[in-house]
Unconditional design. Structure first.
Lengths: 498, 332, 340
C-alpha cells in the first residue's frame, strides 16, 4: 500500500528471557485513526515504546516514510514525526502553559537562552494551529485535564508530528471534552494528514472512533483490519481467544424488607445536589454518568471522604453521620477505589498484610497484641475463597496480575464483612477474562445479602451485573433505569443529553 | 491584587517592613545608615550561600553540606596561600576557594546524579566527610595570621559616611552578593539551563522526556552550589580576617530558613531570587537586631526555628485548604 | 497452580532476610577483625563494658530515627529534644536537691521526678513535631529542622549557655546490675519494646503500611494523622530517654551535646536496612547496625591512637562516618539493581 507511513514487520522483543513481542506486524497509514487493542500484558506498551525508539527491537524491520531504519533512538523517532502522548502528558505543573508548549522545541534546537516573547509566540501559534484557546500565562497545574491533553497535542504538533500515539486518551475526560478533543484531532487528520494510534481498552470507544483496528494478544498480532470488519464480539474474541457472554443479573428485591442504605436529599461538596436513592440487600446498583457528572463524588461522599452539607443517610434504618471514611467503615461501608495501584494497594508489602489491613484490630490476642496465627488464618481463608493465584501470601502484591491484585483489594474489604460495598470502576485495567470472574464474584456477594453500588463508565459491565442503574448528570441522579428494560444504545444516548 | 497578596515575596516584604518599623520605633538608632550598612555586611555570606541553596531547592533537592564546603574552601585556601603565595591578591584567594568548592560540589553531584540517592542523606554524609577531612587532614587550629590580601579585604570600603560616632562603612563585598544575585536571576529566568532546573523540580520524568540532560543539570547544580559556597566561605574568612575550621558549619539553619521563607518549596519547582533575598534580610535582622526590641540573643535559634516553621507552615496550610475542596476531584 | 511453589508460609515470619544475614556477617567480621588487629585491647572485658556503656547514647536515638523513617519521614530534632530533656532533668534535680545534693527534697523522690520531667519534655517535643507533620502538613525534613533549632535554642535559653552539672544520676551511667552495665540494659529494654510495638501492635502495623503508601492507607481507613502523631511522639519519648542517658553518662547537660548523632543515627538506620522512602526496616537490622558502628568506633579509635597519636585522630571518625554512609548507600544501590 502506498499510503503506509510506518510499517513494522516481524518485530520481536524479549526482556531477560521473557518474550514480550514475537513477530508483530503493524502498518500505520497516513491521515487515519488506528486503535491498538489488547489485554494488559499483551505487549501494547512494549510495542509503542519500540515505535518511539525508547526500546530497541531484537529483530524485525522498521520502515518509516519509505526509509528502512536499522537502529532507532527516541530523537530519531521524533525527527521522523512520531510523537507519543503518555497518560501523564509529560507536562510541568509549575511552568506556564506557554513555556510547556515551547519547551521541547527550545531544547531540541539546542538553545541556551530563553526568549520569552518567542516562547509566547510559539505557544500562541501552536494553540492557534489546533484552534483552541487556553490562557498562556497560567501555570499548567491550574488548568483542567482536558486542557492538559490539548496542550500536549499542541506541543506534539509543533514538532511536526505525523503520527501521534495516545495512551488511553479519554480516561480522565468528560464526554463533552472527549468530543472536543476528537474534533480537534479530526481536523489535524484531515487538514494535515496526521495519523493517530490510540491505545485503548474501552471496546465501545475503539469501535466508535477508529478507522483501523489492530488487536494483539500475548505479544502477537492477532488481527489487523478496517473498523467495519469488527464488532464487539469479535474484538472480545480476538483479545481473549475465547468468546464471553455474560448473563444479566436478574434480581427482584424484597420490598417488604427495609433498605440497607437509604440516601435522602443529599447535598455534598463539591457539587452533589439532592441525591435520593435506596439500596437493598442483594442488589447490585450501577451508577453511571460522564466524568464530571458527580459519580465519583457520590461514591466518595458515601465513603465519608467528601464533606456533606445536608441530607440524610440511613444504614439499616439508623441515620449515620459520615465525617470521615473511618465513620463509613464503622457503619459497614466498604470502598474499592478506581485507582487500584495508588489508592487500593500497598504494592511492595505482602499479600497477607494487604488482606488484613482492615481487620488487624480484630486479629489481636492476649495483651492486645496482634496474633500471627489469627492473621495467617484469615489470610489463607481469603486467598482460598477468592482464588488469589500466588505461591506464597508473604510475596509482595506487585508480583500479582491485575485481576489478582483487584481480588486482594476485594479480600481486604470482604474480610471486614461490610454491608455495603461501593466499587468504583471495579474492572478498570483488568483482562476481559478476569473481568468475567470478578463479575461473577460480585453477583455471588450480592446473593449472600450484601448491597453493591457499582460506579462505572463501562455500560456493558453495568448491564451485565446490575439490576438497576442510576444515571447521573450535573451532580444529581436524573434517572433510574431497570436493566431489563434498556440496552447499551439507550443509555449511551441518555448520557449525553443536556 | 489577590495574586500579589498570595505570593510569598509580598508577605515576606510586608513582614520585613513591619519588623523594621517595630524595631525602629523602639530604637531610633535602627534607622541609621550605620545599621543599614552593618546589616548589609551581615547579609553577604548568608546571601551568597542562599543563592546556592535556592537552586538546589528549586530542583527538588536539599543540600546541607554547603557550610562544610565553605569552611573547607576557606581554610584550605588560606593554608595554600600562606605556604605558596602569601602575597597573592584577593582575586587569587577567591578563585582558589571557588575551585575547591566546585570540586567538593561535584562529589555531591556524583552521588546524587549517578546513584539517584536522596539529597538530604548524601549531603548529610558529605557534610561530615568534608568537615572531618578538613579537621583531620588539613588542620584544626585557627589561623589568625592571614595573608595581607585578606586583611586588606576586611578593611575595604566603598562608601564612607561620617556619623555622630565614627563612620559608617559599606563593604564592597555587598556588590559581590548583588552580582551573584543578578547572575542567578539571569540564569534562572533567561537560560535554558535555569528553566531545566525548574523543569527538573516540577516533573523529573517529564524533564528527561523533554530532552533535558538531567544528569548534566544535576552536576551543574551541585557543582555550582559548591563554587558559590567556596566563594561565600572565602568572603566569610575575609570579613572575619581569620580562618577558623570550626566556623560556618552550623550556619545552614539560617540559610535554609532564608530560602524557605523566600517562597521556595522543598517539593521543588518553585522559588525566586527576590524572595530569597528578602528572606535573607529578614533572617539577618532577626539575628542581629531583635536585641534592639528586647529579645535577648540567646533566643536567636528559637527565632530561626520559628521562621522555618512559619515559612513552611503557611504555604502548607494554604495547600491543605485548597486541597480539601478538590480532594475528591483529584481522584476522579 | 504452580507445582514448584513452596507451601504456604506464615506472613509475619522471622525478620531474618538476606540483607539482615549479610549485615550479621559484616558485624561479626568487624568484631573479629579488630580482635585480631588489636590483640589484648579490643577483646577484653573492660572494653566490652566500656562499649556497652557508650553504645546506648546513640543506639537509643537510632530507634527514634528508624520509626520516623518507617513512615517515610525523618526526625532531625531528636538530638535537640534529648538535650532539652537532659537539661530539664538536670534543672529539676539541682533545683529540688540543691547543687550538693543536700537540698529540701530527698533524692529518692527527686530522681524519679527528674526522669519523668525528661520524658515529659520528650513527649511534648515529639507531639509538636507530630502536629506540624500531620496536621499542618509540613515536610518532615523542614518541620524537624525548625523544631530542632527551637529545642536547642530553648536549651540555650534555659542554661544561658554553660552546662548544668549533677552527679546524681551517675549510678545509672556508671552502675551495673549483675555485672552488666545499666545503660546497655536500658538499650535492650528499648529493643524489646520496639520489637513488640513494630511487629505485634496495630500501631506498628499501620506505621509500615502508612510508610509504604499513604494514599492507600487513607483509603483503607488508617487514621494517618494519628499514626504520624504517635510516631513522632514515640520518637520524642525515645529522645527524652536518650537525654536521661546523656545526663547519667556525662554527669552534665549541655545544649550542644552529641552534634554528630544525627549523622550517626541516619547512618545506622541506612546500614540497618531501613528504607528512606518508608515502609521497610527491622529492629534486628537496626541492632546489628548499632553494634557494628560501636565496634568500628572503638576499634578505629584504638587503631588511630596507635597510628596517629595526635588530637586530630578524633576527627577521622567524623570523616569515616560520612564516607561509610555514602558507601553503604552505593552498595545498596548495586545490590538493589542486581535484584531487578
Amino acid at each position: 500500500m502506498t499510503n503506509a507511513f510506518l510499517r513494522l514487520t516481524g518485530i520481536s522483543k524479549s526482556f531477560a528471557g521473557v518474550q514480550a513481542l514475537r513477530d508483530v506486524d503493524l502498518t500505520i497509514e497516513r491521515g487515519r485513526v488506528h486503535c491498538l487493542v489488547g489485554e494488559n500484558g499483551s505487549g501494547k506498551s512494549t510495542l509503542i515504546k519500540i515505535i518511539a525508539g525508547v526500546y530497541q527491537r531484537d529483530t524485525g524491520e522498521y520502515v518509516i516514510d519509505g526509509k528502512n531504519l536499522a537502529r532507532l533512538q527516541p530523537i530519531d523517532a521524533i525527527r521522523e514525526g512520531v510523537q507519543v502522548i503518555y497518560q501523564d502528558f509529560s507536562l510541568f505543573p509549575n511552568l506556564t502553559v506557554a513555556e510547556n508548549i515551547a519547551l521541547n522545541e527550545e531544547v531540541a534546537e539546542g538553545r541556551r537562552w530563553v526568549n520569552w516573547q518567542q516562547v509566547r509566540n510559539v505557544a500562541a501559534d501552536a494553540l492557534a494551529q489546533i484552534e483552541v484557546n487556553i490562557p498562556l500565562d497560567v501555570t499548567v497545574g491550574e488548568v483542567s485535564v482536558a486542557n492538559k491533553q490539548l496542550i500536549a497535542v499542541a506541543k506534539a504538533m509543533r514538532q511536526n508530528a505525523r503520527l501521534i500515539i495516545m495512551d488511553e486518551p479519554t480516561t480522565a475526560l468528560t464526554e463533552r471534552e472527549i468530543r472536543a478533543l476528537f474534533s480537534v484531532l479530526r481536523k489535524l487528520q484531515e487538514r494535515d494528514g496526521v495519523a493517530f494510534l490510540f491505545v485503548s481498552h474501552k471496546l465501545d470507544e475503539v469501535l466508535s472512533i477508529s478507522e483501523k483496528i489492530i488487536v494483539i494478544r500475548n505479544g502477537k498480532t492477532v488481527s489487523e483490519g478496517e473498523r467495519d470488519e469488527y464488532d464487539r464480539a469479535r474484538l472480545v474474541y480476538d483479545m481473549t481467544g475465547h468468546s464471553i457472554t455474560e448473563k444479566s443479573y436478574d434480581f427482584e428485591p424484597d420490598l417488604s424488607q427495609p433498605p440497607l442504605l437509604k440516601v435522602e436529599n443529599l447535598n455534598a461538596e463539591p457539587m452533589l445536589n439532592d441525591i435520593n436513592f435506596e439500596l437493598r440487600a442483594g442488589e447490585i446498583v450501577g451508577v453511571t454518568g460522564l466524568l464530571g457528572s458527580g459519580r465519583t463524588e457520590l461514591a466518595l461522599a458515601l465513603y465519608g471522604m467528601q464533606p456533606i452539607k445536608s441530607g440524610r443517610i440511613t444504614i439499616d434504618q439508623k441515620p449515620v453521620d459520615l465525617r470521615s471514611n473511618r465513620d463509613a467503615i464503622a457503619h459497614g461501608i466498604g470502598y474499592v477505589p478506581e485507582d487500584r495501584l495508588s489508592e487500593g494497594l500497598f504494592l511492595e508489602q505482602s499479600i497477607a498484610k494487604n488482606v488484613v489491613v482492615r481487620t488487624i484490630e480484630s486479629l489481636r490476642g492476649s495483651l492486645g497484641l496482634t496474633d500471627p496465627a489469627k492473621i495467617s488464618g484469615q489470610v489463607s481463608q481469603w486467598v482460598d475463597a477468592l482464588r488469589i493465584k500466588t505461591a506464597d501470601p508473604a510475596l509482595p502484591v506487585n508480583t500479582l496480575s491485575g485481576g489478582n491484585q483487584q481480588r486482594v483489594v476485594l479480600a481486604k474489604w470482604l474480610a471486614s464483612n461490610p454491608k455495603v460495598m461501593i466499587l468504583n470502576g471495579p474492572t478498570v485495567g483488568v483482562d476481559v477474562g478476569s473481568k468475567e470472574e470478578l463479575h461473577n464474584l460480585m453477583k455471588k456477594l450480592a446473593g449472600e445479602g450484601m448491597g453493591l453500588l457499582v460506579i462505572s463508565d463501562d455500560i456493558p459491565e453495568l448491564l451485565g451485573t446490575c439490576n438497576r442503574i442510576l444515571l447521573m448528570r450535573n451532580g444529581t441522579i436524573v434517572e433510574e433505569i431497570n436493566t431489563k428494560e434498556t440496552n447499551e444504545n439507550k443509555i449511551s444516548s441518555k448520557l449525553i443529553e443536556d | 491584587m489577590k495574586r500579589l497578596l498570595r505570593r510569598n515575596e509580598t508577605l515576606v516584604a510586608i513582614t520585613l517592613v513591619v519588623l523594621c518599623l517595630v524595631i525602629g520605633l523602639n530604637n531610633p538608632t535602627f534607622f541609621t545608615v550605620g545599621t543599614v550598612f552593618t546589616l548589609l555586611r551581615g547579609s553577604i555570606v548568608t546571601g551568597i550561600f542562599a543563592m546556592g541553596v535556592l537552586i538546589v531547592i528549586i530542583s527538588g533537592g536539599i543540600d546541607v553540606s554547603f557550610t562544610a564546603i565553605g569552611v573547607f574552601a576557606l581554610y584550605s585556601t588560606v593554608k595554600l596561600m600562606l605556604a605558596y603565595a602569601p602575597d597573592a591578591s584577593i582575586w587569587v584567594a577567591f578563585s582558589i576557594a571557588g575551585l575547591i568548592g566546585l570540586g567538593l560540589g561535584l562529589i555531591n553531584a556524583f552521588f546524587i546524579a549517578k546513584f539517584k540517592l536522596p539529597t538530604l542523606i548524601v549531603t548529610l554524609g558529605t557534610l561530615s566527610m568534608f568537615h572531618g577531612f578538613l579537621l583531620f587532614a588539613i588542620g584544626n587550629q585557627i589561623i589568625r595570621d592571614v595573608p595581607p590580601a585578606l586583611t586588606e579585604f576586611a578593611r575595604a570600603t566603598v562608601i564612607e559616611i561620617p556619623q555622630a560616632r565614627g563612620t559608617a562603612n559599606l563593604h564592597p563585598a555587598v556588590f559581590l552578593l548583588v552580582a551573584v544575585a543578578i547572575l542567578m536571576w539571569i540564569l534562572l529566568r533567561y537560560t535554558m539551563l535555569g528553566r531545566g532546573i525548574y523543569a527538573l523540580g516540577g516533573a523529573p520524568e517529564a524533564a528527561e522526556r523533554a530532552g533535558f540532560n538531567v544528569t548534566r543539570i544535576q552536576y551543574f547544580i551541585y557543582g555550582f552550589v559548591g563554587l558559590l559556597s567556596g566563594v561565600a566561605g572565602m568572603t566569610f574568612g575575609g570579613l572575619a580576617r581569620q580562618a577558623n575550621p570550626q566556623d560556618i558549619v552550623g550556619m545552614e539553619l539560617n540559610v535554609i530558613a532564608a530560602v524557605v521563607l523566600g517562597g521556595a518549596y522543598l517539593t521543588g519547582g518553585r522559588g525566586t531570587v527576590i524572595g530569597t533575598l528578602l528572606g535573607v534580610i529578614l533572617v539577618v535582622i532577626a539575628n542581629n537586631s531583635l536585641i534592639l526590641i528586647g529579645v535577648p540573643t540567646v533566643w536567636q535559634r528559637v527565632v530561626i526555628g520559628l521562621i522555618i516553621l512559619i515559612g513552611t507552615g503557611i504555604p502548607a496550610i494554604q495547600e491543605r485548604r485548597a486541597g480539601k475542596i478538590t480532594s475528591g476531584l483529584a481522584e476522579a | 497452580m504452580d507445582q514448584t511453589a513452596p507451601p504456604k508460609r506464615m506472613s509475619l515470619r522471622l525478620p531474618f532476610d538476606f540483607y539482615t544475614l549479610r549485615l550479621f556477617i559484616i558485624t561479626l567480621a568487624i568484631f573479629i577483625a579488630f580482635s585480631v588487629l588489636l590483640p589484648g585491647k579490643f577483646l577484653t572485658v573492660l572494653n566490652m563494658k566500656s562499649m556497652a556503656v557508650q553504645l546506648p547514647e546513640f543506639g537509643i536515638l537510632a530507634f527514634a530515627i528508624m520509626i520516623t523513617m518507617l513512615t517515610g519521614g525523618i526526625d532531625l530534632s531528636i538530638v535537640g529534644t534529648a538535650n532539652l530533656s537532659a537539661i530539664v532533668a538536670a534543672m529539676i534535680l539541682t533545683g529540688l536537691t540543691g547543687a550538693d545534693g543536700t537540698g529540701g527534697v530527698p533524692l529518692a523522690a527527686a530522681i524519679p521526678l527528674s526522669m519523668l520531667g525528661a520524658l515529659l519534655v520528650g513527649s511534648i517535643c515529639g507531639l509538636f513535631n507530630g502536629f506540624l507533620v500531620s496536621r499542618i502538613g509540613i515536610t518532615p525534613i523542614l518541620a524537624t529542622l525548625g523544631t530542632g533549632a527551637i529545642y536547642t535554642g530553648l536549651s540555650f535559653v534555659l542554661t544561658g549557655g554553660p552546662a548544668i552539672t549533677t552527679t546524681q544520676l551517675a549510678f545509672i551511667g556508671n552502675g551495673s546490675l549483675l555485672g552488666v552495665p545499666i545503660p546497655i540494659i536500658i538499650f535492650f529494654v528499648v529493643v524489646i519494646i520496639s520489637v513488640v510495638i513494630l511487629n505485634r501492635t496495630v500501631f506498628g502495623f499501620n506505621v509500615y503500611m502508612l510508610g509504604t503508601n499513604p494514599k492507600a492507607a487513607l483509603f483503607s481507613g488508617i487514621n494517618s494523622d494519628r499514626v504520624l502523631l504517635g510516631t513522632y511522639w514515640l520518637a520524642g519519648v525515645i529522645a527524652g530517654l536518650a537525654g536521661i542517658i546523656f545526663l547519667a553518662r556525662t554527669n552534665s547537660a549541655k545544649p550542644d551535646f552529641g552534634s554528630s548523632f544525627i549523622l550517626l543515627t541516619v547512618l545506622i538506620a541506612i546500614l540497618g536496612g531501613v528504607s528512606y522512602t518508608g515502609g521497610f526496616g527491622t529492629v534486628v537490622g537496626l541492632v546489628l547496625a548499632v553494634l557494628s558502628i560501636q565496634f568500628l568506633s572503638t576499634g578505629l579509635n584504638m587503631l588511630m591512637l596507635e597510628l596517629f597519636p595526635s588530637s586530630a585522630a578524633i576527627f577521622f571518625r567524623q570523616f569515616a562516618w560520612g564516607g561509610l554512609l555514602l558507601g553503604v548507600m552505593v552498595l545498596n544501590y548495586y545490590t538493589e539493581k542486581r535484584k531487578r
